[in-house]
Design a binder for this molecule. Structure first.
Ligand SMILES: Cc1cc2nc3c(=O)[nH]c(=O)nc-3n(C[C@H](O)[C@H](O)[C@H](O)COP(=O)(O)O)c2cc1C
Length: 239
């Protein structure tokens, strides 16, 4: 287990090899065994098998072709609609699922997805999260027939890593000192933030990392689309 946790890295290139049914079952069962708020399992998993859907996702999730090649592709969907219908049987005027419920559902779904990712790693498979499934709300709602009080939160692409992926070094992380504080949050000075970044990746340096993320991500079209699409999901949830 420790090995799976510490060896994991994102894998975006897969061997042309199916994931065995027993391994897929273990991955799904590991997800379902995860902690879940109120033991309600406020999510569903869609096992995407249709190649046409994989191909469409490769386009709709910000043009990431490797998605279409993933032998196993799991969509994690926040789901409160079933519970709400059951609660309405007791009181048709009971409160509707709110933003807190949405956030708990997101926590549930992501905790489950991480169990799946670590289980996959322990079985010799690699995985990659696809956050861009938060984009294109209208298209994804139609594609997966998602009703009110549901929302896709992440995709997990899984497959056997190519040799190149196996040998790729793990990307660096912030240090424990940079990430963990005692008792209260500690807001850092700009100098401290840059020092943390420098320690994380001395090769790129602090400014190199800030510039890269600013230009590649923060000011990108895809992030704007993600903002729009998530607002749309929230407004469907609230209407
Ligand atoms: C919420 C979330 C969304 C992500 N979305 C994507 C994505 O759309 N495409 C991608 O290639 N990687 C995605 N990743 C993977 C990250 O890029 C990756 O975890 C990060 O670069 C660190 O690399 P590592 O996982 O190899 O340590 C995502 C990861 C998370 C946790």
């Amino acid at each position: 287990m420790q090995k799976a946790l510490f060896d994991r890295k994102s894998v975006r290139s897969y061997l042309d090899q199916e994931v065995e049914e027993e391994k897929k079952d273990l991955i799904l069962n590991a997800a379902l065994r995860s902690a879940t708020a109120g033991n309600m399992s406020l999510y569903k998993i869609i096992d995407i098998q249709d190649q046409k859907i994989k191909d469409r996702l490769a386009l709709s999730c910000d043009h990431q072709p490797f998605i279409a090649t993933a032998p196993l592709l799991l969509l994690f969907v926040i789901d409160y609609q079933g519970w709400y219908r059951l609660f309405k049987e007791i009181d048709p005027h009971c409160k509707k699922p709110g933003m807190g419920d949405l956030m708990l559902g997101a926590c549930d779904a992501l905790v489950a997805a991480q169990s799946a990712a670590i289980c996959a790693q322990s079985l010799g498979l690699g995985s990659c999260y696809i956050g861009d499934v938060l984009e294109e709300a209208e298209l994804h709602r139609d594609m997966f027939k998602l009703p009110k009080y549901t929302m896709p939160i992440t995709l997990l692409a899984i497959g056997y890593p190519t040799e190149h992926q196996k040998n790729r070094p793990q990307p660096p992380r912030f240090s424990k000192e940079a990430m963990v504080s005692t008792d209260t949050y500690r807001e850092k000075s700009l100098e401290e933030l840059k020092e943390d970044l420098h320690v994380k990746n001395p090769r790129l340096g602090a400014q190199g990392q800030i510039n890269d993320l600013f230009h590649r991500k923060w000011t990108s079209e895809f992030l704007l689309e993600m903002e729009r699409s998530v607002e749309q999901w929230l407004s469907w949830w609230k209407e």
